[in-house]
Design a protein around this ligand. Structure first.
Ligand SMILES: Nc1nc2c(ncn2[C@@H]2O[C@H](COP(=O)(O)OP(=O)(O)O)[C@@H](O)[C@H]2O)c(=O)[nH]1
Ligand SMILES: [Mg+2]
Length: 212
């Protein structure tokens, strides 16, 4: 996890980006409500409970910017955050693959999300969050295939690495990379994070800065 791709200056610039203002702007349940795609945009996706809200809060040094919910599968809005006063849209997609979600919910998820993903010309990257204890699952791969066919670039972010042994982290990264080889729109570098311990968060911030 110290094999950072970034210089100290890039890490510092990433820190500064997220030390500035971040504001929740709106939760969207219909395509007509999307805010104008007028700036670079990045989006977080992942299974319910993968640690998405916690990661967004850790990136932004907030406790409650994104609600860390104990009711996975409930939030169906696409949430838009203004990062650094108009520099980026930071977007939180509804979690997918919640085992007990009604099928109607799942369908709404896919349609709204797919249409969103296809309609944003300044969408630079989707960060696909994967629990480091589980690795890539079928549902993740299904979502990634949709991203591939929509030609939306994405990058895997492993979450909760504090929950596995330190020595296992490189193994999970390697296994994830191997699984990504066949996915044309996947970024080859896998970012390992722990929101709890702050691991990988500076690297993710620096990565986001390169998207501008
Ligand atoms: N140990 C550990 N737990 C985490 C981490 N990130 C999230 N969690 C826990 O995982 C659960 C789901 O997190 P949440 O952020 O709400 O997931 P979301 O449904 O993807 O938004 C919560 O109980 C969090 O406290 C992490 O980095 N380490
Ligand atoms: Mg959440």
């Amino acid at each position: 996890m110290t094999d950072s791709l970034f210089t100290d200056d890039q890490i510092e610039a990433g820190r500064k980006l997220f030390a500035g203002p971040v504001a929740f702007v709106k939760g969207v349940v219909s395509l007509h409500d999307l805010p104008p795609g007028d700036r670079p945009e990045f989006t977080f996706a992942g299974r319910s409970n993968v640690g998405k809200s916690s990661l967004i809060n850790a990136l932004c040094n907030r406790k409650n910017l994104a609600r860390a919910s104990n009711t996975p599968g409930r939030t169906q809005e696409i949430n838009f955050f203004d990062l650094a006063e108009g520099r980026f849209w930071m977007v939180d997609l509804p979690g997918y693959g919640f085992a007990n979600a009604p099928k109607a919910n799942v369908d709404t998820w896919s349609l709204l999300n797919l249409n969103y993903l296809r309609s944003r010309s300044k969408l630079k990257r989707v960060f696909c969050l994967v629990d480091s204890r589980r690795g890539l699952g079928d549902v993740d791969l299904g979502v990634m295939e949709k991203l591939d066919s929509a030609a939306v670039h994405y990058q895997i972010v492993l979450t909760k690495t504090d929950k596995i042994k330190k020595s296992e982290v490189p193994e999970v990264i390697a296994a994830t990379r191997a699984a990504l080889m066949k996915q044309p729109a996947a970024h080859p570098h896998v970012i390992a994070t722990s929101s709890e311990k702050g691991l990988g968060i500076p690297e993710l911030r620096a990565t986001i800065l390169t998207l501008a």
